[in-house]
Write a protein that binds this ligand. Structure first.
Ligand SMILES: [Zn+2]
Length: 493
């Protein structure tokens, strides 16, 4: 083995050391690097392309459903943050402050935005005069900073992270709920249809909702290591923000009314979930929906067959490109086919076409699936349809594996011992009746680093918070008191 092929290999094991393995995949697949400051990363072209693919999908759906993009300043005056005390209390320890401009101390400190409610809301108040101005739907793609002192984990834990934050105002409670479900549905769709990751939809328990929110809804994805990822959140803020920031409007009867607002966000943590869910000990695995290169064509030639093999390969590459596939013809002279196979595996190219003199002679192609190395031979004729089918199959393989992991890892428990034992042994979600008291979550959290990540909703899409369905058992799985809610405990990222 040359040094180069050793460099290509992943040395850590996903099942034994998921944290180290994850860090190695991110670096070796050239997605991101560590910045000189702890807690920050440099997103490399291959990593940023994945974020752009998520952006493209979501941004298109947002615009189809009435959202306009805006951009607000990176800095927020302290007095603005203080107007909504709930936000300040919620984020205070994590806020980074600018105190100087050049050599001069600022009269008022500026917060580096931890989220932008407090600077966007006053403008929404300004722009909302009449019921005809509503609904007002704004979104911005930006980064935010939360100064958490934890170990850097690219895309999962960084002080600065990329996201989108949507902020909307509505004339009615129904309008706000409708918005909350629309965005949660779009988050679910981006996970399931683009990232090939099934999710659970639910709400956060009262004590864990966004500061100032009425209800926080969430999509949660289960990682193969048994931990849950909060995939995106959509908050119904009720009228609390509108009251704090004076977002009022004159209704049809000339009466002044307070608006209802929502906010919703999805961050590049989705990339973390993507990498963690599908990749393996050979490197990155990507669903064809998001892979920057969907098909790698690797010609295999000897000197005397080179011209024929290359011509045949180029012809196929052209046909596939014309059909709209993202194709790379890997005709590098200085690399042998084995090296190329490894590299495309490491980079997560979903489908590889191998073309040697035999394929040329028989007018065939050999196709290899990245996730499981399944190999097959197909006719050169109809290559576009064949590749299309294979890419669909690859997507389904990835989705089905993730779905199986999710379905097999929701377990019920009805006592603290059972909850702790199940979480300790299997990870995943533990579903239990809950009395609603935060102390019961604390009791579990103290013993094992797991919390209530989600409560399922009964009445999704309705105009109420969607009641949490009644549990079969009526005793809290932790304290034994009467319980009329269901909670999902899990360790989480
Ligand atoms: Zn309890």
């Amino acid at each position: 083995m040359s040094n180069e092929s050793q460099e290509l290999g992943i040395t850590e094991s996903k099942s034994h050391k998921p944290g180290d393995w994850y860090a190695e995949v991110v670096q070796k697949a050239n997605l991101a690097d560590y910045a000189p400051m702890g807690g920050f990363i440099v997103t490399k072209p291959r990593g940023y392309a994945l974020w752009e693919a998520i952006q493209d999908a979501l941004d298109g759906w947002f615009k189809e459903t009435g959202v306009d993009n805006v951009y607000f300043p990176l800095f927020i005056p302290e007095s603005f943050l203080e107007r909504e005390k709930d936000i300040v209390e919620g984020f205070d320890p994590e806020v980074a402050w600018v105190t100087h401009g050049g050599h001069d101390e600022l009269e008022e400190r500026l917060a580096v935005r931890p989220t932008s409610e407090s600077i966007i809301a006053p403008f929404m108040a300004d722009w909302t005069r009449s019921h005809r101005d509503l609904p007002l739907r704004l979104n911005q793609w930006c980064s935010v900073v939360r100064w958490e002192a934890t170990e850097t984990k690219p895309f999962f834990r960084t002080k600065e992270f990329m996201w989108q934050e949507g902020h909307t105002a509505h004339a009615t409670d129904e309008g706000a709920w409708d918005e909350v479900w629309t965005r949660l549905g779009q988050y679910e769709r981006v996970y399931e249809d683009v990232l090939a990751i099934p999710v659970l939809r639910g709400k956060k328990p009262e004590h864990d909702k966004f500061p100032g929110a009425d209800t926080t809804t969430t999509v949660e994805a289960l990682m193969p290591d048994g931990k849950s990822v909060q995939g995106g959140t959509s908050h119904n803020l009720g009228q609390s923000f509108a009251e704090a920031f004076d977002i009022t409007f004159v209704d049809e009867d000339e009466n002044e009314q307070t608006a209802y607002t929502t906010s919703w966000g999805l961050s590049w943590r989705a990339l973390g979930a993507l990498i963690m869910t599908h990749s393996d000990d050979q490197g990155l695995v990507l669903p064809p929906t998001i892979a920057p290169t969907q098909v790698a064509i690797v010609p295999i030639w000897q000197e005397e067959t080179k011209d024929d093999v290359l011509e045949y390969s180029e012809n196929i590459a052209d046909e596939l490109e014309d059909a709209g596939f993202r194709v790379e013809l890997d005709d590098r002279d200085e690399r042998n086919p084995g090296f190329k196979f490894n590299e495309h595996e490491l980079n997560g190219v979903p489908l590889r076409l191998e073309i040697g003199p035999y394929e040329v002679e028989d007018e065939e192609v050999t196709l290899v699936h990245r996730p499981d190395n399944e190999e097959s031979v197909a006719d050169r004729d109809g290559i576009v349809e064949t590749v299309d089918e294979h890419l669909d199959e690859i997507f389904d393989k990835l989705y089905d594996t993730a779905e199986e992991n999710l379905e097999n890892n929701i377990r019920e428990a009805h006592s603290p011992e059972d909850i702790l034992g199940t979480l300790g042994k299997h990870g995943g979600y533990v579903k239990t009746p809950w009395c609603g008291d935060e102390a019961c979550e604390e009791a579990i959290k103290e013993k094992i680093a797991a919390e209530i990540v989600m409560q399922p909703l009964e009445d999704e899409g309705g105009t109420t918070a969607g009641e949490v369905p009644e549990p079969d058992h009526d005793e809290c799985g932790v304290c034994g008191d009467p319980a009329d809610e269901i909670a999902y405990f899990a360790k989480s990222y």
